[in-house]
Design a protein around this ligand. Structure first.
Ligand code: FAD
Length: 651
């Protein structure tokens, strides 16, 4: 067996983005010996890329804001499919999490009277996003990292060892969650640089690995987003919830091709940027759906007035939730009114003085100048939809972040499902990471303490048997021998090794073309066929060389995860015969009230199977939990009628 390092911890956190770091801090502060493991360098997680800000109803800019309004906006954005208890906890706890960051050293932009400034964002009724220019994620991670270092310094004073209670394993990838019966017992992974294997044993594992964007060709996501955590949970026996809901952000760069998909933050529109088609028309006024008609301006004058006097004007439709804007852009391009490179125009240059643009949107200014040679203070940007965020994820308990069905497994951040329903509002992810990262850390620490207490009648600390570790090592080494067994009926020639990069490209093209922003039944069936063929070929993904930093090998291992997750997305998208939030069916274009109380769960069809036959994922339906009456009472009946089924209204 090639394991070089086997260590015991109380809590292992997989992922060092905002959710993972917040979970680790909480677990350590509650007395658990905590290990954090991350694929990239410590401090380089995807969260760093977050630009716009953290949504929290602090009411600093408009005193009308409070948790109830934030809760309402979040449910409207998610089209009422959110796990309502998560949305409630999130809205209530987000302000405390932002203030806490300041006590740990974060420095947010201020209002004129010195309070934390908050900016407008799509779908939020009031200015709500606490921000640091357009580099909020960087400040968030820097602060959490600094907090971790301060805890390690405290540990050094008390124990003589910086890493005695909190240790970061950077550039290590987890490939399996290990179990003792049904309980979690740790994780198996490899060091990316040396290729050596690593086992961290622990009664609690928090998954905080972020999203899945790298399964799609055009995406704003970083290289880390290969759906690892989703797949790890699935393979460990935990179901994934509502995977059909993938958010396509309306504004990614469309040019030049090398940077296609890179995000253009929503703050551009929040701060006054407008969308125009090739005829110069502000087309968003033509795309306000009925459910939002009362809240959005009908004319350019009214929309423009809102920036100065929001109490007496309705907001411009450029600030509709992301799914609406992305679909509108898609329609304009399809109708032949797009920009030269297949997007539309987003203009701030005619709306704000150059020096204000450079101050408020410094990253955007540099991004366009350096990557596209476009000066956004003088000309419009070309933008189009890009795969950005996954609302679907590991099914968790709202209060404790415990993954369903696997004691000891927790999930927080983008990898967890439920919080955002069918569509996430901008800014609600960073707050989600902090609120549920903290909760996951807390309950993971409590679970670990219970498991290690060794009380009579309790099973005691879970154990990891060697056979499981050997199997995980063999699976990880398979790309070096690249001779996966041929599937039934496959010709012998089909056993030749497959290039992981080719497989990845084919997967991305499949998901982009057939399970993308607008979906159709026949195309998704075709996607499932292609995915099943790719899965068989991926078993033979072969690499040359050795285990020292070998990106081809890493990709070969990531492919398993991307394929599993993509199948979940395609199966759930095929099943949901309506359009809601991030899921748009051309053949079922309307939102159906009877679908509002349906959750779709994906699980492994045969958890013990080794042959990747078609139909690996089993899909089941379950009823959503009825929304608590006092929360429903926050909405007007007229509005509820648009979302809830007849019997729910009656109740
Ligand atoms: P991440 O920050 O991605 O962290 C995941 C961690 O898991 C990383 O450390 C990674 O190395 C690790 N990991 C992954 N797989 C493995 C594995 N197998 N083994 C070990 N480690 C693993 N949201 C907002 O609310 N406001 C914004 O302004 C905003 N702006 C955004 C801008 C951009 C360009 C993008 C792409 C997203 C933006 N978002 C924003 C969304 C938000 O940034 C993400 O949803 C959020 O940062 C996810 O955080 P996380 O902690 O869940 O995951």
């Amino acid at each position: 067996m090639s394991v070089v390092d086997r260590q015991e911890w109380d809590v292992v956190v997989v992922g060092a983005g905002g959710a993972g770091l917040r979970a680790a801090i909480e677990a350590r502060e509650r007395g658990a010996r905590t290990a954090v493991i991350c694929k990239s360098l410590f401090g380089k997680a995807h969260t760093v890329m977050a630009e716009g800000g953290i949504a929290a109803a602090m009411g600093n800019v408009n005193p009308g804001d409070n948790w109830q309004v934030h809760f309402r906006d979040t449910l409207r954005g998610g089209k009422f499919l959110n796990q309502w208890r998560m949305a409630e906890l999130h809205a209530k706890e987000a302000p405390d999490r932002v203030w806490e960051l300041e006590t740990w050293g974060a420095l947010f932009d201020r209002t004129a009277d010195g309070r934390i400034s908050q900016r407008n964002f799509g779908g939020h009724e009031y200015p709500r996003l606490a921000h640091v220019g357009d580099r909020t994620g960087l400040e968030l991670i820097r602060t959490l990292q600094q907090k971790i270092v301060s805890l390690q310094q405290q540990d050094k004073k008390e124990t003589g060892d910086y890493e005695s209670r909190l240790k970061v394993f950077q550039e290590c990838t987890v490939t399996r969650v290990l179990k003792d019966g049904s309980r979690v017992s740790g994780v198996f992974g490899y060091e990316r640089e040396s290729g050596r294997f690593l086992v961290l044993e622990a009664p609690s594992v928090v998954i905080a690995t972020g999203g899945i964007g790298k399964s799609f060709k055009v995406t704003s996501n970083s290289w880390e987003y290969t759906g690892d955590g989703h797949a790890l949970a699935l393979l460990a026996g935990a179901p994934l919830l509502n995977m059909e809901f993938v958010q396509f952000h309306p504004t990614g760069m469309v040019w030049p091709p090398s940077v296609k998909g890179i995000l253009v933050t929503e703050s551009v529109r929040g701060d006054g940027g407008v969308l125009r088609n090739s005829e110069g028309k502000r087309f968003m006024f033509d795309y306000i759906p009925d459910v939002f008609k009362e809240k959005y301006a009908e004319s350019e004058d009214e929309g423009d007035g809102w920036y100065e006097d929001p109490d007496h004007h309705r907001r411009p439709p450029e600030l509709l939730p992301r799914d609406e804007v992305a679909r509108a852009i898609n329609s304009e391009v399809k109708a032949g009114r797009g920009s030269p490179h297949g997007g539309v125009f987003l203009d701030v240059s005619t709306r704000m003085p150059a020096e204000v643009i450079r101050r408020r949107l410094p990253s955007m200014y540099h991004q366009f100048k350096e990557l596209a040679d476009v000066d956004i203070t003088a000309e419009a940007m070309e933008v189009g939809p890009t795969c950005h965020y996954v609302m679907g994820g590991i099914a968790v308990d709202s209060d404790t972040a415990a993954a369903r069905g696997v004691p000891g497994l927790y999930a927080a951040g983008e990898v967890a499902g439920g919080m955002h329903g069918s569509n996430r509002l901008g800014g609600n992810s960073l707050s989600d990471l902090l609120v549920f990262g903290r909760r996951a850390g807390r309950y993971a620490a409590e679970h670990a303490a219970e498991q290690t207490a060794g009380r009579p009648g309790q099973p005691g600390r879970p154990q990891t048997d060697d056979a499981q570790v050997d199997a995980a090592a063999a699976e990880a080494l398979r790309p070096f021998s690249a001779e996966g067994p041929p599937a039934d009926g496959e010709p012998a020639a089909a056993r030749a090794p497959e290039n992981p990069y080719t497989l990845h490209q084919e997967l991305q093209q499949t998901m982009n073309d057939l399970v993308g922003i607008i979906r159709r039944e026949g195309e998704m069936e075709q996607a499932l066929e292609r995915l099943s063929a790719l899965r068989v070929r991926a078993r033979r993904a072969g690499v040359e060389g050795h285990r020292q930093f070998n990106p081809g090998w890493h990709l070969a291992l990531d492919l398993r995860n991307m394929l599993l997750v993509s199948e979940c997305v395609a199966r759930a998208a095929l099943e949901r015969t309506e359009s809601r939030g991030g899921h748009t069916r051309e053949d079922h274009p309307t939102m159906e009230r009877h679908w509002r109380h349906v959750n779709l769960l994906c699980a492994l069809a045969d958890p013990g199977a080794t042959d990747p036959a078609p139909g690996q994922i089993a899909l089941t339906r379950e009823d959503t939990e009825p929304i608590r009456p006092d929360l429903l009472a926050l909405f007007e009946k007229d509005e509820l009628v648009k979302y809830l089924a007849e019997e729910e209204l009656y109740e």
